[in-house]
Design a protein around this ligand. Structure first.
Ligand SMILES: [Zn+2]
Length: 422
């Protein structure tokens, strides 16, 4: 639900009209520039499913542009102005407000570019609308991209997979990403002012730069298709269709990685498809050495409650999942106290990038103070769709239906009208 749709138009005060008129004049005097773009589908549909993507948080300044100019609305006052320039202009934060030049434009502003509905922020183009809003602590502002669901997926699929991959693998990704987005939007978006980020913390989103004609066709061909599976009461529901780069030979049960209840279609399956597709150094990752002090510091930094152990002087694996993936780790404190942590959380605490210790499938060698994580397999958390596995299945002639049935065992494909709120 977009904020600007809820705002109530109120007649502007005369002073505000003058200020806005000045802003329009300044921007209209600027020069011209053009960037061709395909139209943005669904943007004029009033019942469209919108996705709110957090592009930036904690901003103090940004540069905004649109090839077609903007309609700009102050969400609080309802005042609308037309910015006709296609030149970039700076928006800056000062004294709890947003400014263009010397002109205050409000603390919650929605910029709607005209056809083809594309804007740029700090030179990166996105479809849809841009909302700039002073953040909750009043120390800066956030940039949120409001974009119709199918147009959002144009910017996701090419960021999550290579666009030259098998069309059936790309379709499986599109349906997984669509379902995942709707799940996150419903589960978490209700309680915050955005639904998705543009990073791996939800799913990658590259805006217009991640698109091409192939990707747009793949999204259009699967339009509205999502997955459901039975919940604990047996009712078919949208579920978090997780995916990761390469599973290392077996996907993992969701509860072993993320906690929570079992999810019927995320139990883990053997995967013989990813080893031949994944980049060799990504799949068979190099040993990683760390001192016990480094491990202790990083765990305590991520989980301050572990300070009750003083320092962590040792650890033991207490539960293994599929393909010997590390599921539980017991941490032993200097004072003799212990605690346990999920294996995936252990991995991402001691390697927050996840790009050295690439998965929780590894062996451990301890020599004195040095711990070596070795014989690692796969890249990512390993739950749900194995992206390299999907490509491997696509190469073997499997359809996207077969790929999704394989990795999301027992799931159902349904088609929803994405122009209607789910
Ligand atoms: Zn796999």
């Amino acid at each position: 639900m977009s904020i600007y749709k809820q705002s109530i138009y109120r007649p502007p005060a005369f002073r505000n009209v003058v200020l806005w008129a000045c802003v329009v004049c300044i921007l209209t005097m600027a020069g011209c520039r053009h960037r061709p773009a395909e139209p943005t589908p669904g943007i004029d549909s009033p019942e469209q499913t919108w996705v709110r993507v957090l592009l930036f948080g904690n901003l103090r300044e940004c540069t905004v542009a649109s090839i077609s100019g903007f309609e700009v609305q102050d969400a609080n006052s309802g005042i609308v102005a037309d910015f006709r320039s296609d030149e970039p202009f700076a928006v800056r934060f000062s004294e709890g407000m947003l400014f263009v030049g010397e002109h205050r434009i409000g603390c919650d502003v929605v910029m709607r570019p005209h056809e083809p509905h594309v804007f740029e922020i700090d030179d990166v183009p996105y479809r849809g609308y841009l909302q700039l809003r002073v953040d909750e602590n009043g120390q800066g502002f956030v940039a949120v991209n409001h974009v119709p669901l199918e147009s959002y997926l144009f910017g996701v699929i090419g960021a999550e997979m290579q666009s030259y991959w098998e069309p059936e693998a790309l379709k499986a990704q599109a349906i997984s990403s669509r379902t995942y987005c709707l799940y996150i939007k419903d589960r978490f978006g209700r309680n915050r002012t955005w639904d998705m980020t543009r990073s791996e913390s939800t799913q990658m989103y590259g805006g217009l730069k991640a698109e091409n004609a192939t990707i747009r066709q793949i999204v259009t061909d699967t339009s509205g298709q999502i997955l459901t599976c039975p919940n604990t009461e047996g009712r078919e529901v949208i579920f978090p269709t997780f995916y990761s780069s390469s599973c290392g030979g077996h996907t993992e049960a969701a509860e072993n990685i993320f906690g929570g209840e079992q999810i019927a279609s995320l139990r883990g399956v053997e995967c013989r498809y990813c080893a031949d597709v994944a980049k060799r150094s990504h799949y068979y990752w190099k040993p990683v050495k760390m001192t016990m002090q480094q491990i202790s510091e990083r765990l305590l930094k991520r989980y301050p409650t572990l300070e009750k152990l003083e320092a962590i002087t040792g650890f033991e694996v207490t539960k293994l999942g599929r393909k010997s993936r590390i599921v539980r780790v017991k941490l032993i404190g200097k004072n003799g106290k212990t605690d346990t942590i999920r294996g995936e959380d252990f991995r991402l605490s001691i390697d927050p990038t996840g790009r050295k210790i690439r998965s929780a499938i590894f062996g451990i060698e301890k020599k004195g103070n040095i711990v070596t994580f070795q014989n690692g397999l796969g890249f990512g958390h390993g739950v749900g769709l194995c992206q390299c596995g999907a490509q491997g299945m696509g190469r073997k002639g499997k359809t996207y239906e077969e790929i999704l049935d394989y990795y999301f065992l027992g799931s159902k494909r349904v088609t929803i009208e994405t122009s209607i709120e789910p």
